[in-house]
Design a binder for this molecule. Structure first.
Ligand SMILES: [Zn+2]
Length: 318
């Protein structure tokens, strides 16, 4: 007992003194002159001079770090650069609403086939049931499936765009994506409008198993109807475009184009490396590598995307 009281008493005193000192330092009131107290930070003018109207709102969470060069900028800055890094031109991953905003002339484009929704016809369960996964994703993302289709004008050229959203179960190709593309093609045939598909997907949706795989044949077949009608189809591959997408309609465009630095392939590099037991060349599966090896027609910077697409559409039309 005696030992305890001997130890605890001085400690209390000591703590109390520390607290006092700390408070005094915070307030800058330790009997020092104004100069000495704040020599590390001197306010030149007193008070806050910015009027409320001039203050800029910077809500939390609006800063973005470039994964390539670590450059930090605000979302607004990034939006002005069409979601490419202002420093290194890294193309950030964006979704259908951003692509529609970038490409269509005004917000008067028409989003179609949103009423077609996925169904768990195989009663598939992995970590959770497919039905539950769908409901959670619908609630979380405001998207109805992994592709959105819209018709509008790009620099006055009519165009139907199908754009994938990676946010929705990895942009996976299921029966809904197949059906929406198929109906988009029917629309293109009826209105003689060209088609652009912006790919961003990990591949087929395993929860729909063979139904996913059938979409590859279905979409490829529908695309041949476009070819017969001499209506152009452009495939834009963005980061990442993998699996069934790149194995079918992703590479079936009259023009297959890509964004810079996009990863495009069938299987991932790790799987290939383990299969062939060889080191892969530098830049393997990047769009620049694919362009060199004849898989792509050209690479387009997102800042030139709209003008390039409309020029192409004009050339096709004439
Ligand atoms: Zn960067």
């Amino acid at each position: 007992m005696g030992v305890v009281s001997y130890l605890s008493r001085p400690k209390e005193h000591c703590m109390a003194k520390n607290v006092e000192d700390f408070d005094a330092n915070l307030a800058g009131e330790e009997g020092q002159s104004e100069e000495a107290k704040s020599s590390w930070f001197k306010r030149i003018k007193k008070g806050i001079l910015t009027s409320t109207a001039e203050k800029k709102e910077t809500p939390e969470g609006l800063w973005v770090k470039c994964p390539e060069c670590n450059f930090i900028c605000t979302v607004n800055d990034l939006r002005e650069h069409l979601f490419t890094c202002p420093k290194c031109n890294h193309h950030h991953r964006i979704g259908s609403s951003e692509y529609f905003e970038i490409l269509f002339d005004n917000p008067n484009f028409e989003v179609m086939f949103e009423n077609i929704l996925s169904k768990d016809f195989l009663q598939f369960t992995d970590l959770k049931s497919y039905q539950k996964r769908l409901e959670e994703t619908w609630k979380k993302t405001d998207l109805t499936d992994s592709i959105r289709v819209a018709a509008g004008k790009v620099n006055d050229e009519p165009l139907v765009i199908g754009c994938m959203d990676f946010e929705f179960i990895g942009g996976s190709l299921g029966s809904v994506m197949g059906e929406r593309i198929s109906r988009a093609i029917d629309y293109c045939l009826r209105h003689r409008t060209p088609l652009l598909i912006i790919c961003k997907s990990g591949g087929a949706r395993m929860m729909e198993s063979a139904f996913s795989l059938m979409q590859l044949a279905k979409v490829s077949g529908k695309l041949s109807q476009l070819t017969d009608a001499k209506i152009p189809y452009i495939s834009l591959l963005t980061d990442p475009s993998f699996g069934g997408i790149s194995a079918s309609f992703g590479m079936l465009g009259d023009l297959n184009i890509a964004e810079p630095g996009a990863l495009i392939g069938f299987a991932g590099p790790r799987v290939i490396k383990e299969t062939i037991k060889k080191d892969l060349p530098e830049g393997f599966q990047r769009s620049e590598f694919l362009l060199d090896h004849g898989f792509l027609d050209f690479i387009v910077d997102r800042k030139n995307l709209k003008s390039k697409i409309s020029t192409l559409l004009g050339l096709f039309r004439n």
